[in-house]
Design a protein around this ligand. Structure first.
Ligand SMILES: Cc1ncc(CN)c(N)n1
Length: 238
């Protein structure tokens, strides 16, 4: 028998906006990391940039099946059929992204087939794999997808703002995630995640659903931690 119960509703704006306020320190740590600030002020060590490039290529290859798993969950579980199209467009962009990594690596004389995944990268990829399990709810998975994309969007857009001294040879990289269309994609993902999370925070919920809300918040925080570690790794801090 389904057990219905009353939970405290969200009365203070949307769920994600509340989390961003509550966890602003770690969110700023991920989106204003010293590596990003060094790109923005032009002091970046190219060795750090190259390390990031090689490792991120490996990450993106693992990210594709994760996004595919979110697509399947959207198809099976979403209350709005347009979610599938949004995620599908994101997947198509990842196809271009992989080709871009290959071109960019060639520009910097990086042999992608020789890159050994760093432990930090392996841990992050294993985390993605854990989110691909069928028992992970669509709401949790779409929240993770939004958070992963939003960190890159906010970070690289910061390097393109007025007054930034981003080296010209790194501007194309910043454009890839800092451009307006990618910003729009992230906003759409956030709206989907918020819509799903709001349903869980409504007044009459099925037993266990507030648990999903907590799981989504934990996954959001784990993503931010992994993103900080990923930037650290590129700087050679780990
Ligand atoms: C580590 C990391 N995080 C996010 C993204 C953006 N897809 C990425 N390419 N790499």
């Amino acid at each position: 028998m389904e057990v219905k119960k009353k939970v405290v509703g969200v009365d203070n704006g949307e769920v994600i906006e509340q989390w961003l306020r509550k966890h602003s320190l770690i969110y700023t740590g991920a989106t204003r990391h010293p590596l990003i600030l060094s790109i923005r002020d032009g002091t970046v060590h190219l060795s750090a940039f190259k390390k990031w490039l090689g490792q991120d290529y490996i990450f993106v290859r693992a990210f594709v099946p994760f996004v595919a798993s979110v697509l399947i969950k959207a198809w099976k579980e979403s209350d709005d059929i347009s979610d599938v199209e949004v995620i599908l467009k994101g997947m198509a962009a990842l196809n271009d992204e992989i080709e871009w990594f290959k071109r960019e690596a060639a520009k910097w004389n990086i042999e992608l087939s020789n890159i050994v995944p760093h432990k930090t990268n392996e841990r992050y990829c294993r985390f993605l794999e854990s989110l691909m399990r069928p028992e992970v709810e669509y709401t949790v998975a779409i929240t993770a997808l939004w958070a992963i994309e939003a960190v890159y969007q906010e970070s690289f857009a910061h390097c393109l703002e007025d007054g930034s001294k981003t080296p010209p040879e790194l501007r194309e990289t910043c454009q890839r995630w800092g451009n307006e269309a990618f910003g729009q994609y992230c906003t759409t993902l956030r709206n989907i995640a918020n819509r799903r999370l709001e349903r869980l925070s409504g007044d009459l919920l099925t037993e266990g659903y507030d648990n999903v809300l907590k799981q989504a918040e934990v996954v959001f925080l784990r993503v931010l931690e992994y993103e900080v570690e990923f930037w650290n790794m590129s700087r050679g801090d780990s």
